[in-house]
Design a protein around this ligand. Structure first.
Ligand code: PAF
Length: 282
């Protein structure tokens, strides 16, 4: 496995591989890898000739200084995991390498960036779009793999690719969960034992919402679900939304023919957890 810290070395190496006809699958990450990331690498390995992963804790997508400072960083462990998973190239730049100058680019993703995470994390999606565009420019992947856990991020990245005419296929991959249902996330390791025990209540509530969707009006279900989570003093719901899977706009009524998603964000102790599931039954 080759590890590069500089943009020009990475681009030169990847271009030489592309010139030899290699198809590149790309898995962008912020490190502190878990099985969710490894599932993306596995899928990229199955569908491409070469897998490139990036490890970069992108400072400009954090709207909370403490979240950035406390974000887990374990580059050596990550490298070992990537090697075992069959990754071929790791791009591991410094912040100076990625952003030698002040970032001024401002994207407009319309309502996609204003709802849910956008409302609670101002500037977050702009920071994600800037780094993903830059990574795509450096890596020139044929396919790029993202987890559905960050459902809104996926929608923003698809919009970015369309807006900038980037020749890459965005592949969305299912959320990987712990055995008790908690969606895997690098931030989960900041939960203490008690908080970790409580955390699966998010997924449990999402599934219960799905069961109730035909029985009660949406506002009533959301208010019930908010109460279910907020009954725990350590937990506080930021939002629970039932949205159109394409536009991410809130739905007033559910129609099984319209792809729909339940999205949730809640604070638990020092961590902000997000999760989502599809509402449509096949
Ligand atoms: O999902 C993430 O880990 C990050 O938002 C990403 C896509 C690597 C951009 O920094």
């Amino acid at each position: 496995m080759q590890v590069f810290e500089h943009i020009t070395d990475t681009t030169d190496f990847i271009q030489s591989q592309k010139n030899n006809g290699k198809q590149i699958g790309f898995v962008p990450t912020m490190g502190a890898l878990h099985d969710g990331h490894i599932s993306l690498v596995n899928r990229a390995r199955e569908e491409n000739d070469m897998v490139v992963a990036s490890i970069f804790v992108n400072p400009i997508q954090f709207n909370n200084k403490e979240d950035l400072e406390k974000y887990p960083r374990k580059p050596q462990r990550d490298m070992d995991l990537l090697k075992v998973a069959g990754c071929n190239v790791v791009f591991h730049p410094s912040a100076k390498e990625m952003y030698p100058d002040e970032v001024t680019r401002k994207y407009d993703f319309g309502s996609l960036e204003k709802v849910m995470e956008g409302k609670f994390r101002p500037g977050h999606f702009n920071g994600v779009a800037v780094v993903v565009k830059k990574l795509f420019d450096i890596i020139s992947p044929d396919n790029a793999y993202f987890g559905e856990k960050d459902f809104q991020q996926l929608a923003v990245i698809k919009a970015l690719v369309k807006k900038e005419n980037i020749p890459v296929n965005i592949i969305s991959c299912p959320t990987i969960r712990e055995s008790d249902g908690l969606a895997m996330s690098s931030r989960n390791e900041r939960l203490n034992k008690e908080q970790r025990k409580l955390a699966p209540v998010l997924y449990k509530t999402l599934k219960e919402i799905r069961e109730r969707i035909h029985k009660k009006p949406i506002p009533e279900i959301i208010s019930w679900a908010t109460g279910e989570i907020n009954q725990y003093p350590e937990m506080k719901v930021e939002y629970i939304e039932i949205v159109d899977s394409e536009t991410l706009l809130p739905l007033q009524t559910f129609n099984n023919n319209v792809p729909s998603r339940i999205c949730i964000a809640a604070i638990l102790g020092p961590v902000r957890l997000i999760d989502n599931i599809s509402l449509n039954m096949n």
